[in-house]
Design a protein around this ligand. Sequence first.
Ligand SMILES: [Zn+2]
Length: 105
Amino acid sequence: MVIDRVEFVRGLEFKNLCEVVELIKRLENKIRCVGCYKKLSEVPYMLSYYRHKDGWLVIDAEERLWLYVICCNCKYQNALWKLLRQVEPIEIFRILEKIRSQSNK
Ligand SMILES: [Zn+2]
């Protein structure tokens, strides 16, 4: 079965924003800013968000948030799905599992 990457990413749920930060950090060598095409590992960047009904469910925030990463090199606001679709869903799944097993200790 082929999983559509965008659909997979849009369907993700997060426990909290730290989990999102950790996921991005572990992928920063593989994902590139859509604006300047630099790897996130090569530029300063920050996670930001606002409330949005079509956003991701962040359980501890008790609402849906539109998550995006601001590239400090070119100022582009990368929607989270535009970054995570650059990675195989199975890899995202595995990283999230690892993060979650470590935070449960
Ligand atoms: Zn950029």
